[in-house]
Structure formats: C-alpha cells, structure tokens
Design a protein around this ligand. Sequence first.
Ligand SMILES: [Zn+2]
Length: 265
Amino acid sequence: MKVFILVDMEGISGVCLEEHTSAGTPQYEQARRWMTADVNAAVQGALDAGASEVVVLDGHGANSLYNLVYEELHEGAEYILGSPRGWYLTGLDSSFHCMLMVGMHAMAGTPRAVLEHTWSTARWHRCRLNGRETGEIGLMAAFAGSLGVPVTLVTGDQAACDEARQFLGDKVALACVKQGLGRYSAKMLPPRHARAEIRAQASQAVALADAATPFKVETPVSIEVDYIRNSHTDAIPTGPGVELIGPRTIRYTAPTVPEACYLIR
Ligand SMILES: [Zn+2]
C-alpha cells in the first residue's frame, strides 16, 4: 500500500499568524517544527495501518518549498523538498493508493478560517473549477483524482475539514486541530492531542483507501481565476486555453485538471 502525503502549512496545529508561514521570522522557525511533528504523526498513522511506502511532498510556498525540518523527520518515509520542481504534486502517480493532505486551509473568503486563501494571497481573489467555487483542497483532490488517486485524509482547521467533507463526501477522514475565530486567531488543541488525532485519522484514512473513489470532475476542464488587480491579468499572456473573460478574470481550459493547472500563471 503506497501512500502519498501532501503538506501545507496554514492548517498545521499551532499555526494562525502570517509570520508562522513566512520564512525569515522567529515564528516561522517554530512553526516548521510543528509542521514536521504533524507530518510525522501522519506518517506514523499510515504505517500503523499497514502502508508499505510513504512519500511526503512539502507543498508550502515559503523558503523555496523546503519547510520541513530535515533532522526531525520520521524515518519511515521519503521526502520531496526544495524547488524548482515542476508542478505542485511532483512525485504523485497512479501507483499510489491514496493521498493524505496535512495542514490544509479553507478557500479564499471562507469566514472564521485560519489563513484562508486560494493559491496566492497577494494575487488571487477566488477561483472556480468548472464553475464551482473551489479552493486548494478541491483543486488538489481533482488533480490527484485525474490520476486515479483518492484523497482520504484532510487535517487543518474546522473550516478546512468542512470544505473537505463538502467536496469529498464521507469517505475522507478528518483531523480538526483548531477552530478558527478569525483569519489570524483560533482555539487550538494542545500539540500532543493534535498529533494523536492526526495519527489516528491517518490510520483511518489508509484503511479507507480501498473504499474511497477518486474525486473526478467533468472534462474538458475550466479553471477561472479572479485576480486581485488588473495588473495581474495584464501580465498574463493569452493564447490557446488562456482567455481574458473580464478585466481581472482569466479562464484556463484544458482536457484534464493537470493540463489546466499547468496553464495557470
Ligand atoms: Zn501554504
């Protein structure tokens, strides 16, 4: 049983400040240790449930995609770190039985959601996948789904877990480690409880892998991104599959989700 783990930072236990997720601050140096501990808990949970191979992808865009603390990593997995490395889900292919998402956040605009955004806080206002308002959980689940891999765990705040349930149905295990009070505040589980919950739900997730169905969307695929400023769309060359459909909106169309994602600027 091969298990792929995608890790982001905003939904890690203990994280709620912008400084936690931005390299070069003392808070970031703390938060990357928490991220490593949450990942280690998920790896252990996957191994508890019989995973034979675990690959972890560091997917948070700070510090050149190298946020995990190398010397503290669990010995039962391998880790994809650093950049550039192509697209977001480097290393995932259809030989994996399931993908677990650790440290996720809700889509841009979600109320009481810790560090909510979709893709880029600085450039993206919101995003629709085939006309449906979608955040990173839905986009990445659809990407994995196009390779035939179901997402069976999401960890993060309550809002991220609710979003995962809406998009992925009941065959996904959830580990809620904090309740957002606002974008920069949350009621948190203490670290040991958070990690025990992640470990338990990661086990559950691996057990669900056979029963879960990959998240598939209709093809061809359209991804519409509303950017924040006209200057953001001004900077994007249009062409095949890349259309300006409003002053701040670009529509990307392609035969599959990964191909549509590759077009995104
Ligand atoms: Zn992130």
